[in-house]
Design a binder for this molecule. Structure first.
Ligand code: HEM
Length: 360
């Protein structure tokens, strides 16, 4: 209907004709099912075609390997998506969360919010790095591989596909425990806290609700939500609470449960349907439906999956570019867990890095 309306008014003038052409282009982009960010959405130094000549097979190598990994265990998709979030929110998307601890102190991985990241996710990223570096040389950063792995996690679980701006460089240092804690909100956070905390990174209420939709896949440990069971949170559906108490009989239980009870491994909008039914796992989830500033957004995503996908992709592209290092900043790590200057297997790393910098 909307389309025929445009056609019928199109013959009168050039601007109308251009409108039709742009509508047709928009339809074809929608059909190819991959969202392409506009140039205003891409930060300086990044580009969706960054590796076009340096590593043209990058995205297909990552996708092919992850298809295999997810076929064996789809849970790994959630682990990879969460690592990208934890990387970007602390000190920017610089792969600092991948670094092992060193003489300068314990790694980001040892800070409380990161203790429940899946160790397999770090291994998968390093496996991808090895495959990519074997094929193209040491030209692709661990931060870019992490961003691409998160995109595949979303897409291969049934979610939207989008083009990832690339060209991030890897950081030389990891954040302290204090910085990690200060930048990653805990599961007991209410919406007021989330809105204030995420506003410091330039995210609005729609971003907060859309990004929380990452919880449509993956698991949570009892310790992340037993505060809502003992004593029982009145905003939680009582039957859901009883089921959770069986999984977590005490507040010290170490079991896990899936976050989205309807479609636990599928990236869809059912997380929001859970919230509307008071079956959200964490306070940070359920309060989005209690707070009047975010309730309407939750309802709109529960009703319209396409709307959720569109907003999620927009916010993910924004999140994936937080404080990125570009150009000559940082380095391209030869091993995602170790910065090059600490890598005993790399003899001439300094010279190689100087050469790379000269090429830029
Ligand atoms: C808004 C604030 C957020 C809070 C408070 C939060 C909190 C949490 C917590 C507590 C867990 C479970 C940890 C465990 O007990 O094992 C978790 C899991 C997860 N989070 Fe978030 N999160 C937030 C935002 C996000 C965002 C922005 C994304 C991605 C876009 C995301 C993706 C995930 C995924 C995929 C899992 C499951 C991980 C797995 O199965 O290994 N979260 N989150």
């Amino acid at each position: 209907m909307a389309f025929s309306k445009v056609v019928s008014s199109s013959t009168s003038s050039l601007p109308s004709l251009l409108l039709v052409i742009s509508c047709l282009l928009a339809v074809s982009v929608a059909h190819s099912n991959s969202y392409v960010p506009s140039s205003e959405q891409i930060v300086k130094g990044l580009s969706v075609s960054f590796y076009e000549t340096k590593c043209p097979d990058l995205e297909s190598i990552v996708r092919k390997h992850l298809k295999k990994v997810f076929k064996e265990d789809i849970g790994q998709a959630a682990g990879l998506l969460r690592v990208h979030f934890h990387d970007c929110f602390v000190q920017g998307c610089d792969a600092s969360v991948l670094l092992d601890g060193s003489a300068s102190g314990p790694s980001e991985q040892e800070a409380p919010p990161n203790l429940t990241l899946r160790s397999e996710a770090f291994e998968i990223i390093n496996d991808l790095r090895e495959l990519v570096h074997k094929h193209c040389g040491r030209v692709v950063s661990c931060a870019d591989i992490t961003a691409l792995a998160a995109r595949e996690a979303v897409h291969l679980s049934g979610g939207p596909e989008y083009n990832v701006p690339l060209g991030r460089r890897d950081g030389l240092n990891f954040a302290t425990r204090e910085a990690t804690l200060a930048n990653l909100p805990g599961p007991a956070s209410n919406t007021s806290f989330l809105l204030t905390s995420l506003a410091t990174k330039n995210f609005d209420a729609t971003d907060v609700v859309a990004l929380s939709g990452g919880h449509t896949i993956g698991r949570g440990h009892c310790t992340s939500f037993t505060d809502r069971l003992y004593p029982q949170d009145p905003t939680m559906d009582p039957t859901f609470a009883e089921d959770l108490k069986e999984i977590c009989p005490t507040s010290e239980s170490t079991n896990t449960t899936m976050q989205d009870i309807r479609t636990p491994n599928k990236f869809d909008n059912k997380y929001y349907v859970d919230l509307v039914n008071r079956q959200g796992l964490f306070t940070s989830d359920q309060d989005l439906y209690t707070d009047e500033r975010t309730k309407g957004i939750v309802e709109s995503f529960a009703e319209d999956q396409e709307l959720f996908f569109e907003k999620f992709v927009h916010s993910m592209i924004k999140m994936g570019q937080l404080s990125v290092l570009t150009g000559r900043q940082g380095e391209i790590r030869a091993n995602c867990s170790v910065r090059n200057s600490d890598n005993v297997n790399l003899v001439s790393v300094v010279e190689e890095d100087l050469e790379t910098a000269a090429e830029l």
